[in-house]
Structure formats: structure tokens, C-alpha cells
Design a binder for this molecule. Structure first.
Ligand SMILES: *[C@@H]1O[C@H](CO)[C@@H](O)[C@H](O)[C@H]1NC(C)=O
Ligand SMILES: *[C@@H]1O[C@H](CO)[C@@H](O)[C@H](O)[C@H]1NC(C)=O
Ligand SMILES: *[C@@H]1O[C@H](CO)[C@@H](O)[C@H](O)[C@H]1NC(C)=O
Ligand SMILES: *[C@@H]1O[C@H](CO)[C@@H](O)[C@H](O)[C@H]1NC(C)=O
Ligand SMILES: *[C@@H]1O[C@H](CO)[C@@H](O)[C@H](O)[C@H]1NC(C)=O
Ligand SMILES: *[C@@H]1O[C@H](CO)[C@@H](O)[C@H](O)[C@H]1NC(C)=O
Ligand SMILES: *[C@@H]1O[C@H](CO)[C@@H](O)[C@H](O)[C@H]1NC(C)=O
Ligand SMILES: *[C@@H]1O[C@H](CO)[C@@H](O)[C@H](O)[C@H]1NC(C)=O
Length: 258
């Protein structure tokens, strides 16, 4: 069949219009899903098996007062310390290495404790495949902790139905369930520590990936003390702290987060 140039042109434009329409529908669909899931990276590998919903987390109204301690049960530092101790034992039992980093390392080096006004414990983690397995997620849940992924980080919170009621002492049941990470006052952040021998040519040097890479020497021999207990950390503690908090990290007041 012979068609005129005009007809071919019309066919082409209508096909093009259809394509644009389909693309628009797909984009709107993606945006809707992204908003519903309340996360930035719906298509990241992370979200494949890890929930992105914050709602199962307990709404804790724990205190961030500067005179708070890890022994005062109304303080967020208490919940954080208890969570860290549970995870330390849990990770050891599963042979999952981890390291204390960022603000948690800063608090440990400066005051041998958890910074009272912090919202999170920062952990560098190595084996995502294992951590994100359904069996690990279920086991964490049975012990009162919920693993989820939001705003580009895998995190762990105390969930609403934890049997350990001392972790829920400050729970505010009148509040609607949390819908955003900003509603949570105490949680664990897990940062991916990857080893690329090509990058470093040294298998004991890891890269901690968040807001710029930072290379850490990790031998699993260096410990840091928090409330008379030791936890594993990076080998280059000074370098790490200077890199993230500048050289006056022992004196400078680290700004509080909102
Ligand atoms: C526990 O912390 C809260 C909040 O900062 C404070 O009001 C309270 O006095 C503290 N209790 C003790 C026994 O230190
Ligand atoms: C802790 O600090 C709060 C204010 O941040 C103050 O009202 C309270 O009296 C302090 N408690 C103690 C035991 O010092
Ligand atoms: C911790 O130590 C630093 C300096 O070493 C100090 O400025 C700060 O007030 C101390 N207290 C807390 C709760 O972080
Ligand atoms: C992660 O854990 C799984 C399951 O134990 C294991 O098969 C795998 O080798 C581990 N990967 C790394 C990089 O340690
Ligand atoms: C690492 O480097 C080797 C040789 O230098 C190369 O063959 C290999 O593909 C590289 N691997 C990655 C993951 O880049
Ligand atoms: C790898 O890095 C560690 C820590 O910096 C160092 O002790 C070790 O000698 C290095 N190994 C090699 C083969 O360069
Ligand atoms: C670090 O702590 C672990 C476990 O608590 C212990 O086995 C190890 O000997 C400690 N290392 C150092 C250098 O203190
Ligand atoms: C740590 O140990 C010292 C001395 O043994 C003790 O005075 C202090 O209360 C302990 N701190 C905590 C948080 O357990």
C-alpha cells in the first residue's frame, strides 16, 4: 500500500502523542507510589525486601534534655543504649560485624556515653544481604525491634508491640502513629560500609557511604567505650572524627538536630 507523506506524518504524530501519553501516565503512577510509600528511593535495591513504612515504630516522647543520661528511663539516651546493647549481642550471635561511627563515636570519645540530645545511634554495617533477610527481620521483630528503610538509610526502631515495656515508658499512645522518620525520637541508623579492593587495593579499608564517601580502616580490633561497655569501631577514630566534625571536635558544640 502506498501512503502519502501527509498520512505518514499524521500516523507518526499520533504514535508519538500516544507514547507521550503513556509516559506521562507512568510518571504520574511512579510519583503517586513514591509519595504513598513515603520514601525517596522506591526503585533502590534496598526497598525490595525491607519495609519503608515508619508506622509500626512506637511513638516515644522520650527526653533529649542536656542533663539526660542512659540510666534515666525517661531519656531517649536510655532507649538508644538499650537498643545498642540488644543489637550488639544480636549481631555477635549472627556473626554480623558492625562498627560504631559518626555521632555515636563522637559521644563515646568525648564523654564515654551517648550524646543526650541525639536521636540516633550510628552504625556502619557490612552484610546487607544477611541483615535484610526475612528471617533476620522477623527475629528482630520478635525481640521488639523493627527494621525499615526510609530517606536512603536502613534503620531500626522499637516497635509498638515490644514486650519490653521499659522501652515504652515514654510512649505517647494519644499521638497518631508516626508517618515520618522525623516523628521518631530514638532509632538506629545503619550505614553501608563497602569494601572495594579496586578502590583501595587493601581489603581492610572500607568506604562508608553517605553524604560523601569516607574511607575507614577496619580491623575489628578497635573498641570504644560507652557507659563502661566496649563496642567495635573503626581503626582511624581521630581521622574519622576530624573528617566529619572538624579538628575541634573535642570542644566544639555539635549543633542539635531539630
Ligand atoms: C530524668 O530525666 C528527666 C528529663 O530530663 C528529668 O526531668 C528528670 O529529673 C530525670 N530524673 C532523674 C532521676 O535524674
Ligand atoms: C534537667 O534539665 C531541665 C531543662 O533542660 C530542667 O528543667 C531540669 O530541672 C533538669 N533536671 C535536673 C535533675 O537537673
Ligand atoms: C561532653 O564533652 C564535651 C567536651 O569534651 C563537653 O563540651 C560536653 O558538654 C560534654 N557533655 C555532653 C553531655 O555531651
Ligand atoms: C553475608 O552473609 C551471608 C549469610 O550468612 C553469607 O553467605 C555471605 O557470604 C555474607 N557476605 C559477606 C560479604 O560477608
Ligand atoms: C578490578 O580491577 C581488575 C584489574 O585491575 C579488573 O579486571 C576488574 O574488573 C576490576 N573490578 C571491578 C569491580 O572494577
Ligand atoms: C591495609 O590497611 C591497614 C590499615 O591501614 C594496614 O594496617 C595494612 O598494612 C594494609 N595492608 C596492605 C596490604 O596495604
Ligand atoms: C574489644 O572488645 C572485644 C569484645 O568485647 C574483645 O574481645 C577485644 O579483646 C577488645 N579489643 C581490645 C583491643 O580491647
Ligand atoms: C562506670 O564505672 C565506674 C567505676 O567503676 C562507675 O563509677 C560508674 O557509675 C559506671 N558508669 C556507668 C554508666 O555504669
Amino acid at each position: 500500500m502506498r501512503t502519502s507523506h501527509g498520512e505518514t506524518y499524521k500516523k507518526c504524530t499520533s504514535t508519538l502523542l500516544k507514547l507521550i501519553l503513556v509516559a506521562t501516565v507512568i510518571v504520574i503512577f511512579i510519583i503517586t507510589i513514591s509519595i504513598q510509600w513515603n520514601t525517596q528511593i522506591v526503585f533502590g535495591v534496598y526497598t525490595k525486601s525491607v519495609p519503608t513504612n515508619v508506622t509500626p515504630c512506637a511513638y516515644l516522647a522520650c527526653s533529649h534534655s542536656s542533663n539526660c543520661t542512659t540510666r534515666n528511663k525517661t531519656c531517649c539516651a536510655y532507649v538508644l543504649k538499650r537498643s545498642l546493647d540488644f543489637l550488639d549481642a544480636f549481631f555477635r550471635r549472627h556473626n554480623l560485624p558492625y562498627v560504631i561511627i559518626y555521632g555515636s563515636l563522637l559521644g563515646a570519645v568525648r564523654n564515654q556515653t551517648i550524646i543526650p540530645w541525639t536521636r540516633d545511634i550510628d552504625i556502619g554495617f557490612f552484610n546487607w544481604t544477611y541483615l535484610r533477610s526475612t528471617s533476620i527481620q522477623n527475629e528482630l521483630y520478635q525481640h521488639g525491634f523493627y527494621l525499615f528503610h526510609t530517606l536512603d538509610l536502613t534503620r531500626i526502631c522499637v516497635h509498638k508491640d515490644t514486650l519490653d515495656k521499659s522501652l515504652l515508658l515514654t510512649q505517647n499512645v494519644k499521638q497518631p502513629p508516626p508517618t515520618q522518620i522525623f516523628h521518631l525520637h530514638a532509632y538506629i541508623d545503619l550505614y553501608l560500609a563497602t569494601n572495594s579492593v579496586n578502590l583501595t587495593r587493601n581489603s581492610s579499608i572500607y568506604s562508608i557511604e553517605f553524604s560523601g564517601k569516607f574511607l575507614s580502616h577496619i580491623s575489628f580490633k578497635t573498641n570504644v567505650t560507652i557507659d563502661n561497655q566496649t563496642y567495635p569501631t573503626v581503626d582511624n577514630v581521630q581521622e574519622h572524627l576530624v573528617h566529619f566534625y572538624k579538628k575541634d571536635y573535642m570542644r566544639d558544640v555539635i549543633p542539635r538536630r531539630p
